[in-house]
Design a protein around this ligand. Structure first.
Ligand SMILES: [Cu+2]
Length: 579
């Protein structure tokens, strides 16, 4: 059983236990004896089963189980201790166990709420708040059912409630002594002085574009979705003038995966001010990395990219040989892009398909009709890629895979989530049952260039209630906090930095660090066993633990966030800062 399914199972069992205790309490209050006893038995079994799931989660990693062991554990023990003996005495009047059963129900509910609303790390405040809630609800129920709670119980309830309030709700991590990320300061640009030889102008504006045969409202660069394809050869100096015609939320250009100098990175409020309607901003950088990349707005990025403000950036090492095709996949107004493309290719021609996922969720790609190799991931060539046949690849949000093959005499077709996107003729192959490539075991290994790390950081990805803003929100959190309250990660130039990224939520988080490619060291304790993987976008699935490392060689303030852009907007963004 994976840790992800254990997390889901634990949640279901916790829900079942809480519902059964509460149902048993309610049934006994109205003297439905068999129903009350039956529900109590279910509750007892579910509570015992939780001991198993919590133990297994603790073995998978303390991050997955901390608040369950420290808060749910004691609350469950109290529930069993109070309700169990009274049930075993089999009282003549079943109503006598109503309050103990309800107490157990409140305890189980409190523990569940701590996991769902608070999560990691466990805090004394959250524990006290849960206990205060349980005691208060029990006292109120007792009064309603005519039981007279002792003065001691009432006093204890009051004391715990006061302690919970005094210690803070614990629903957000205090920012502590970490330095703040500078926002909206003056933005000095140290734009490189070299004379550009590749010039582009991108004008952002509202537009009506064709998406799968239907006109839809979009935000577009130069009136098209995707925007113009920007191409360059290694050594070129690019100059891109961004103009905003009428996008009220502002626009910027972020060069996704391209490790440009910090002041060219296009993060509004951090590396530049957003470009407002009527304004412009000029980006200039040297194309020193070959590979497949893309650009997109980072201003109101969730809605901006979804509405169409993105395009392809390809940097080639030299002149094109053979056929070089870019396939940027996107969902615009619910319709898949690009439109299917069919072209004849002579047998023997070398083909490179540059697959780009510009959506916020994972896509599945299957190339049918030929053997192929994955030549590069996230713009970086793989070492010793071997031929693959009838194998699918999963590309995370923001990620890129380059597939290469020599065109066979028979047609080939690329399917994205079962839809043919590119083909050289008719192909009817069912690809849905194909195995999926695990890039951590693909290609030829090489030694990790570092044996020790100057800085280590752990990022625990979760959900939680964020009360810092005027309106409470159910945020996507890192280490229990949401943007802008997540402390920045401070490194020095030259540091070798290790990230441990833990997903204890129920959803995939495609992780994306700006300005650096990270080397994958291990996933779930298993060392990466294939070609070195230098990634800028990787899916951390529920229950997974990734270890990645990089050398801090690009000074500045860098966004470090989930590339499901709705999650990034809802709190899952922090920053890497050079001291
Ligand atoms: Cu996410």
């Amino acid at each position: 059983m994976t840790t992800g399914s254990l997390l889901a199972a634990d949640l279901v069992i916790a829900l079942l236990a809480a519902a059964a205790w509460l149902g048993g309490g309610a049934a006994s209050a109205v003297r439905r004896r068999p129903l009350a006893l039956g529900l109590a038995a279910v509750a007892l079994i579910a509570t015992l089963a939780r001991a198993i799931t919590i133990t297994a989660l603790a073995r998978a990693g303390w991050w997955f189980a901390a608040e369950k062991v420290l808060i749910a554990g004691p609350l469950s023990l109290a529930a069993m201790g109070v309700a169990g003996p009274r049930l075993l005495r089999a009282p003549a009047d079943i109503r006598a166990v109503a309050v103990p059963l309800l107490f157990a129900g409140y305890a189980a509910t409190g523990a569940l709420l701590v996991t769902v609303l608070h999560g990691y790390p466990a805090s004394a405040g959250a524990g006290l708040l849960a206990v205060a809630g349980v005691v208060t609800a029990t006292v109120i129920s007792g009064r309603a059912l005519g039981a007279r709670p002792s003065r001691t119980v009432s006093r204890v309830a009051l004391a715990v409630a006061v302690a919970a309030l005094v210690s803070g709700t614990g629903l957000a991590v205090a920012p502590g002594a970490a330095p703040a990320v500078p926002h909206d300061h003056a933005y000095p640009t140290a734009r490189i002085a070299d004379e550009p030889n590749r010039r582009f102008t991108l004008t952002a504006g509202t537009a009506t574009v064709d998406a799968g045969g239907r006109d839809v409202a979009a935000w577009a660069f130069n009136g098209q979705v995707p925007g113009p394809e920007l191409t360059a050869t290694v050594g070129d100096v690019l100059e891109v003038t961004l103009r905003n015609r009428d996008i009220g939320r502002g626009v910027t250009l972020h060069w996704h995966g391209y490790d440009v100098p910090n002041d060219q990175d296009g993060v509004p409020g951090v590396t530049q001010a957003a470009v407002r309607p009527g304004q412009e901003f000029v980006y200039r950088f040297r194309a020193d990395q070959a590979g497949t990349y893309w650009y997109h707005t980072h201003s109101a990025s969730d809605v901006g990219v979804r509405m169409g403000l993105y395009g392809v950036l390809v940097v080639r090492p030299g002149p094109v040989t053979g056929l070089d095709v870019t396939v940027p996949v996107h969902t615009l107004a619910g319709r898949p892009l690009p439109a299917p493309r069919v072209e004849r290719v002579e047998a023997g021609v070398p083909v490179r398909l540059r697959l780009i996922n510009t959506d916020s969720t994972t896509h599945r790609y299957a190339l049918a009709g030929t053997a192929f190799r994955v030549a590069a991931i996230d713009g970086v060539d793989l070492r010793g890629p071997t031929p693959l046949v009838d194998t699918a690849v999963l590309i995370p949000a923001g990620g890129r895979y380059d597939l290469v093959f020599d065109a066979p005499a028979t047609p080939v077709a690329l399917f994205v989530d079962g839809r043919a996107v590119y083909s050289t003729g008719p192909v009817s192959t069912a690809t849905s049952a194909w195995p999926v490539l695990d890039p951590l075991g693909y290609g030829a290994t090489a030694a990790v260039p570092w044996s020790r790390f100057d800085k280590t950081f752990t990022l625990v990805l979760d959900r939680g209630l964020d009360l810092r803003k005027l309106l409470p929100r159910y945020a996507h959190t890192v280490n229990g906090a949401a943007d802008p309250d997540i402390p920045p990660q401070v490194v020095r130039l030259g540091d070798v930095v290790l990230f441990t990224i833990v997903n204890r939520s129920q959803i995939v988080h495609p992780w994306h660090l700006h300005g650096h490619h990270v080397l994958v060291l291990a996933r779930d304790g298993e060392p990466a066993a294939g070609s070195p993987l230098w990634l800028d976008s990787f899916d951390v699935r529920p229950g997974e633990v990734w270890k990645v490392a990089f050398r801090a060689d690009n000074p500045g303030v860098w966004a470090n966030h989930c590339h499901n852009l709705a999650h990034a907007d809802a709190g899952m963004t922090l920053h890497l800062m050079y001291s």
